[in-house]
Design a protein around this ligand. Structure first.
Ligand code: HEM
Length: 481
């Protein structure tokens, strides 16, 4: 077997990123792939072992098809440390082996199969109609130019508030808990929660780039902020959960049909701490990812009015023109162009730019024999932009997903196999519902692309996403061609 090319040590990353913030991790991976080719052995920051970095879709298939029934990923070390210090379970995203399987199976059935996930669709209508009203208010408050779609408006926070309300509503950790994320004056609790999630995401990237003793001993202000935010999110979620559980003891019907009710009924083996960490994990994993992806989709649609019109026409044909009419599960399967728009946007902006697995056995990957236990890092973002897999890769072309010849491992925004994102169906449904209400009420006006994308665990815009909106007239057909 040929010998793998090897590049430097973890210091190679520091050399390639002169300001050493860890926020350019995705760009460094791009540079490495361009310089050393589709399979390379390297040391990533935070690891004392070699990692195999691959950006060839066949090699990715070699690794993932051999990942076994309980695939393992690298855990985020500071998150795992925090949980161990607090004697809390590691939770689904960080746990491995039989323990992972047990925790995952408790949430798999209620939220992963499309039929079960889509049953939550009706709960998304009210908060989504509410957030549309808030967007309109925001435009009115910003003045006539904003209302005419001529001025950029910052919607990041609103989208995040909607996402937090959604995630908590469907997971109904909080049936009896009034979250009020979308109240005119959002309660401080919500804003606190958003702040904690944002802080954890923004500080995790830099921590991955630090020597372990620095973050463990909290030697910098950003590491102190990181652990404070992890604690805050745990405390806030705990408060929601305590209220929910005590209210539901008084009135068990309140939990009926909810995710938490489902978990409690099906899986009496989950301890309270396991339920708490699961709730926190769903919040962590679901809020930033879904809102960032939606912001990217809106920006792309603003720059591709023909795709926007086509999508609006499809929504009107399937759901009707009244922007206040809610979607149900039957609509979701019919919105075919919507699916392609979401896939194409997630290809162009792969917010999770890389993913990994530890090989469970010796495996031939891309023609090289790689020993069991080695970490393989998949360059999701690099492959998504490779002309070998996507013709004219920088163009936004949702119709390309209608063709049958796309390599199944070239764009994996939700991962793969038994460890695939458990919230995938929920995320797709949430984004579909949001866009279906938005495009019946507003036109997204041409806006410049984001130019400040950084690695904050997910690839995120640092400044508000450039977006302009114009409310459609009474007749939505005005904008539909
Ligand atoms: C656009 C939005 C989202 C994206 C792009 C995304 C992406 C991902 C990816 C790439 C993984 C790793 C999968 C793998 O290793 O194969 C993952 C894991 C996970 N996601 Fe998502 N996700 C999104 C939304 C959500 C939502 C809404 C939830 C919860 C409701 C969620 C919960 C999780 C959990 C719990 C895991 C860990 C699964 C495990 O380790 O078994 N995600 N996600």
């Amino acid at each position: 077997m040929p010998v793998l090319p090897i590049i430097g040590s973890g210091f190679e990353f520091a050399r390639l990123e002169p300001n050493k913030t860890g926020q350019k991790f995705h760009l460094i991976l791009r540079k490495i792939a361009a310089k050393y080719g589709p399979i390379v052995r390297l040391r990533t920051p935070g690891s004392d072992k070699d990692t195999i970095f691959i950006t060839d879709a066949d090699a990715v298939a070699d690794a993932l098809r051999n990942e076994g029934p309980m695939p393992e990923r690298r855990a985020l070390p500071s998150w795992a440390y925090f949980r161990a210090q607090n004697k809390l379970p590691l939770g689904v995203p960080l746990e491995n082996g039989e323990e992972w399987k047990r925790l995952r199976s408790a949430i798999q059935t209620p939220i992963f199969p499309p039929k079960n996930a889509f049953a939550y669709c009706p709960t998304l209508g009210p908060p989504t109609v509410q957030v549309m009203g808030l967007i309109e208010n925001e435009l009115r408050c910003a003045g006539p130019q904003a209302l005419a779609g001529e001025e950029l408006v910052a919607m990041d926070n609103l989208v995040m508030r909607w996402s937090i309300e959604d995630t908590l509503t469907f997971s109904t950790l909080c049936a009896p808990f009034k979250l009020g994320a979308l109240d005119d004056e959002p309660n401080p609790f919500t804003m606190d929660m958003i702040k904690a999630v944002n802080t954890v995401f923004a500080s995790t990237g830099p921590i991955l780039n630090m020597p372990e003793f620095v973050w463990r001993n909290q030697l910098t202000s950003s590491t102190r902020e990181h652990f404070k935010a992890l604690q805050r999110l745990m405390d806030l979620t705990n408060k929601i959960m305590s209220t929910t559980l005590s209210e539901s003891t008084k009135d068990p019907a309140k939990l009926q049909g909810t995710f938490l009710g489902h978990v409690l009924q099906r899986d009496a083996t989950l301890t309270r701490d396991e339920m708490l960490t699961t709730a926190v994990d769903l919040l962590f994993a679901g809020i930033d990812t879904t809102s960032r992806t939606l912001l990217n989709i809106m920006n792309l649609l603003s720059r591709h009015p023909e795709a926007q019109t086509k999508l609006r026409n499809e929504i009107i044909a399937v759901v009707g023109a009244d922007p206040d009419v809610h979607l149900d599960a039957s609509h979701l399967a019919k919105l075919k162009y919507m699916k392609n728009v979401i896939k194409e946007s997630m290809r162009l902006y792969a917010i999770i730019s890389s993913n990994s697995r530890f090989l469970p056995r010796d495996t031939v990957v891309g023609g090289y024999m790689i020993p069991a236990g080695t970490e393989v890092l998949f360059g999701i973002e690099v492959m998504s932009h490779d002309p070998k897999y996507f013709a004219d890769p920088e163009s936004f072309n949702p119709d390309r997903w209608g063709a049958k010849d796309i390599h199944p491992f070239a764009s994996l925004p939700f991962g793969f196999g038994p460890r695939m994102c458990v919230g995938r169906r929920i995320a797709e449904m949430e984004m579909t519902v949001f866009l279906a209400h938005l495009l019946r009420k507003f036109e997204i006006m041409p806006s410049p692309p984001p130019t400040d994308l950084v690695f904050n665990l997910v690839i995120a815009n640092e400044k508000p996403m450039p977006l302009k909106f114009r409310p459609l007239g009474n007749s939505t057909a005005e904008a539909a061609v």
